[in-house]
Each structure stands twice: as structure tokens, then as C-alpha cells.
Design a binder for this molecule. Structure first.
Ligand code: ADP
Ligand code: MG
Ligand code: MG
Length: 213
């Protein structure tokens, strides 16, 4: 009886796929300002592989945790960049935490979101203010767990968290990148938001109705 949330996870990744295909060029242009310009392409390659792996796992009867682990591994393997390794590991950690339950509760979701962030920070070692995806991710996890603790419905908590992540991603425009490929040309990136923070806020927004619906 693990199909329910496993199918939601496949739908979440499909929603991410649609929005990343739409945003591919814009994310690439953002990354080209101080980085190497491949962020849109990398995210699309990663999410395409993740969507295929997730659908195949669901087809074989896998539960949510195993669907997310398969999706994460495929994403990290195929994206070919820093953000892909981090997204892949984060999705796997989310899956390991939520497990194969057909209907995880809001505390499981909050723990899953926290595990996603912890894994990314553990691997990438970025801190708040380094101008990376972590600058959008930490506000997301903080708002989500606070709203859930206050008794908000998960889908509502997720929507508010995603709005905070988008605001935080925009605010990275004023920061200088201290991690990743954009660091050598850091000054050039002033005035432009971090591409990884921007894509994270966008993807989390569209995943919400599926992951938390
Ligand atoms: P690459 O930099 O390998 O070309 P991408 O262009 O796909 O990979 O991703 C760049 C994004 O990755 C950056 O905008 C930033 O958000 C994120 N990033 C880079 N280094 C780190 C890190 N150490 N920790 C967290 N995120 C990082
Ligand atoms: Mg890049
Ligand atoms: Mg690259």
C-alpha cells in the first residue's frame, strides 16, 4: 500500500521537469554572467533523468522513498555539475527520511525537507550568504517547519515556504559568490541573483502541491 505518496513523488518531479524546461535558457543566461552558463542545461539533464528513473521505479512497485532515491541517483549521475550532485543527494536524503509510507504525515515531510537541506550543506559546505542555493533552501526549511509546527496544512506551509525561498533567491542579487564556479568572477554577479537559488525556489514552488498536497 505504498503507491499513494510514490505517485505524488513522480508527479512532483514531472512538475519540476516542465518548469525547468521552460526556464532552461533564462537559468543558463544567469549562470553565464559569472559562472559557465550551463545551469539551465544541467538542471534539465538532471530532472529528465530523474523523471525517467522515478517513473520506472513506480512502475516496478517501489514506495516513495525508493522512487526518490532512484530519482536522486539518476539526477546526480546525469546532470554533470555541482548543482546536480547536490540536488541528487538531497532528493535521496528526502526519500530516506520520508520512507516508503503511502501517506507520510506533516512531521515526516518537515523531517524530509530538513534532511534534504542537511545533506546539501554537508556535501557543499556552503553557508548562508555564500550566494548559493543554500540561501533559498534554508529560508524554505525554516518557514516550512515553523508553519507545520503552528498547525498549518502542509500544502499551505509549503506554499509560504516557497514564497520565502523566492524572496531570498531574489535577495542573493546583492551578494558576492563565495562558493562554486562563480567565485573567480564574483563582482560580475553583483545585481544578478544566484542561478541555483533561483531554480531551487522555482522548483520547490511547483513541487509543493504534489509533495505536500
Ligand atoms: P556548475 O557550477 O558545476 O557549472 P551549475 O551551473 O549547474 O553547476 O550550478 C551552479 C549553482 O550551484 C550555483 O548557482 C549555486 O547555487 C550552486 N552551488 C555551487 N557550489 C555550491 C556549494 N558548494 N554548495 C551549494 N550550492 C552550490
Ligand atoms: Mg554552471
Ligand atoms: Mg558547469
Amino acid at each position: 500500500a505504498s503507491r499513494g505518496y510514490a505517485a505524488s513523488c513522480v508527479a512532483a518531479i514531472d512538475a519540476a521537469r516542465t518548469s525547468l524546461h521552460e526556464a532552461e535558457e533564462r537559468l543558463g543566461r544567469m549562470d553565464a554572467i559569472a559562472g559557465d552558463g550551463d545551469h539551465g542545461r544541467g538542471m534539465v539533464r538532471g530532472v529528465d533523468a530523474a523523471a525517467a528513473a522515478a517513473a520506472a521505479a513506480l512502475e516496478q512497485g517501489a514506495g516513495a522513498g525508493d522512487v526518490l532515491a532512484a530519482a536522486g541517483d539518476a539526477w546526480a549521475d546525469k546532470a554533470g555539475g555541482t548543482s546536480g550532485v547536490l540536488w541528487g543527494a538531497g532528493l535521496r536524503a528526502f526519500g530516506e527520511t520520508v520512507g516508503n509510507s503511502a501517506a507520510p504525515g506533516e512531521r515526516d515531510l518537515a523531517a524530509g525537507v530538513a534532511a534534504f537541506a542537511d545533506r546539501i550543506i554537508q556535501l557543499g559546505k556552503a553557508e548562508t550568504g555564500d550566494k548559493t542555493m543554500v540561501d533559498a533552501l534554508l529560508p524554505f526549511t525554516a518557514t516550512f517547519s515553523r508553519k507545520v509546527a503552528e498547525g498549518s496544512a502542509p500544502v499551505q506551509a509549503w506554499a509560504e515556504a516557497a514564497a520565502d525561498a523566492a524572496t531570498a533567491a531574489e535577495a542573493t542579487a546583492q551578494l558576492l559568490p563565495l562558493k562554486g564556479r562563480a567565485r573567480p568572477l564574483a563582482e560580475k554577479s553583483l545585481g544578478t541573483p544566484d542561478p541555483g537559488a533561483t531554480s531551487l525556489a522555482m522548483v520547490f514552488r511547483v513541487m509543493g502541491p504534489h509533495f505536500a498536497g
